[in-house]
Design a protein around this ligand. Structure first.
Ligand SMILES: Cc1ncc(COP(=O)(O)O)c(C=O)c1O
Length: 407
């Protein structure tokens, strides 16, 4: 499949929500929510069409269809080194719901959870919804495992129950290797904490980086880890609201299933979504390879364009399809900056505000590049002159400030 063209723009404007085409004024390019602009793999569409055509759409098993669970276990075993079977997997209606189910089963009011800062808003949101408290641990691209462990150690308390990791990391784009992950996970296990590893981004990793699941690091770590997987990023299935939880501790998995209320039919993943998701991981691997090649080119293109923005720096994303430039030299208020870029350039970006990523995101913007080259180039063509003007004003104010302080 070619990634030269995005899905028909009129369909995106009708169907792409969550701060994207359908929710922006006409003409605005939304490089916002991490959702792809491309139509999904034909193998997924065909499998879903066949299933609907067969005409039986009754209840599925509460834990998920056996062929979905087996397919996810095989995929994660092959790609991320997890050692699991279908029996260790349950279907959830999205990765977001998976995280909430784990929180609902593992946390109670007064508990604390160690999370990276910055990180996707879902972490703090979900922990708070469960009545617990997120405790933020600063993470930067250059943070070593020893530094992260030291920061965890400073923040752990008698109320700490879990440590959550985002692997690969949204918004920093980091893909930590086992040498980094192992001491961090071992620290948590040694303190009797459970680990939630959100691996919804595990399909978007750029060579030479490789993804190794946290639960693949050792049996001791696997025994204390719940892995969350999803289909919204690699396969563009956000609208199907489908995801999975993997846990090889049968007791813990049973606790998650019971508290999720799937056996009563109050909750549960759509059978049709499971069919589409199972087709993704059984038949759309070569589609994903093509998507990854395109995304890698897009990443390099975005970095090259950002390099021309005065004072702006950006770490190279090792995974994910978002880049997270530091724009603090242009503006200290990224919310205002994004509002201005929307108004003046007609491009929507996500500001690095506490609401989206935590206080550790200050001075940054998030830009999604899961679109065509044409759309990304157009976005940068529109942004460049506005950024140049803002940079000029910032530079003048720095000069004026220097002038004032030297008199
Ligand atoms: C780190 C992280 N976890 C979870 C999700 C939610 O994924 P889903 O659409 O499957 O609920 C996202 C989506 O952006 C994410 O970035």
């Amino acid at each position: 499949m070619s990634f030269d063209d995005i899905a028909p723009p009129e369909l995106l404007r009708e169907r792409a929500f969550n701060l994207r085409w359908a929710q922006q004024p006409a003409g605005v390019i939304p490089l916002t929510a991490a959702d792809s602009d491309f139509p999904v793999a034909p193998q997924i569409r065909e499998a879903m069409a066949r299933y609907v055509h067969d005409g039986v759409l009754g209840y599925g098993p509460p834990e998920g269809l056996a062929h979905f669970r087996d397919a996810v276990a095989r995929w994660l075993t092959q790609r991320c080194g997890l050692s699991c079977t279908g029996g260790d997997v349950i279907a959830t209606d999205s990765a977001a719901a998976a995280i909430a189910q784990v929180a609902g089963a593992c946390l109670t009011a007064g508990d604390e959870v160690l999370i990276p800062d910055p990180v996707d808003f879902l972490f703090a949101h979900t922990i708070s919804k469960a009545g617990a408290t997120p405790v933020r641990v600063p993470l930067r691209p250059e943070t070593t495992a020893a530094e992260y462990v030291a920061a965890l150690q400073e923040r752990v308390s008698t109320c700490t129950r879990m440590m959550w990791l985002c692997h690969p990391h949204n918004p920093l784009g980091l893909v930590k290797d086992p040498a980094w992950l192992r001491p961090v996970a071992e620290w948590a296990v040694a303190r009797g904490l459970w680990i939630l590893s959100d691996e919804v981004w595990s399909d978007i990793v750029y060579p030479p980086h490789r993804i190794v699941s946290v639960a693949a690091l050792s049996q001791e770590i696997a025994a204390r880890t719940v892995t969350v997987y999803g289909f919204s990023k690699g396969f563009g299935l956000a609208g199907l609201r489908i995801g999975a939880i993997v846990c090889t501790d049968a007791q813990r998995l049973e606790q998650i299933v019971s508290s999720a209320d799937v056996r009563s039919t109050v909750a549960g993943a759509s059978v049709l979504s499971q069919v589409g998701a199972a087709a993704a991981v059984t038949s759309a691997g070569s589609w994903l390879d093509g998507f990854l090649r395109h995304l890698r080119d897009q990443r390099d293109y975005a970095l090259a364009r950002l390099a021309a923005w005065p004072t702006v720096t950006a770490a190279v994303p090792q995974g994910t399809f978002v880049v997270f430039p530091n724009v603090s030299g242009l503006s200290q208020n990224t919310e205002e900056l994004c509002a201005m870029l929307l108004r003046r350039a007609g491009v929507a970006l996500v500001p690095g505000t506490p609401r989206w990523f935590g206080p550790g995101a200050a001075g940054h913007l998030r830009i999604s590049f899961a679109t065509s080259r044409q759309v990304l180039a157009e976005a940068f063509d529109r942004l460049d002159p506005v950024i140049a003007e803002i940079a000029e004003i910032a530079e003048r104010s720095v000069r004026a400030h220097r002038g004032r302080s030297s008199v």
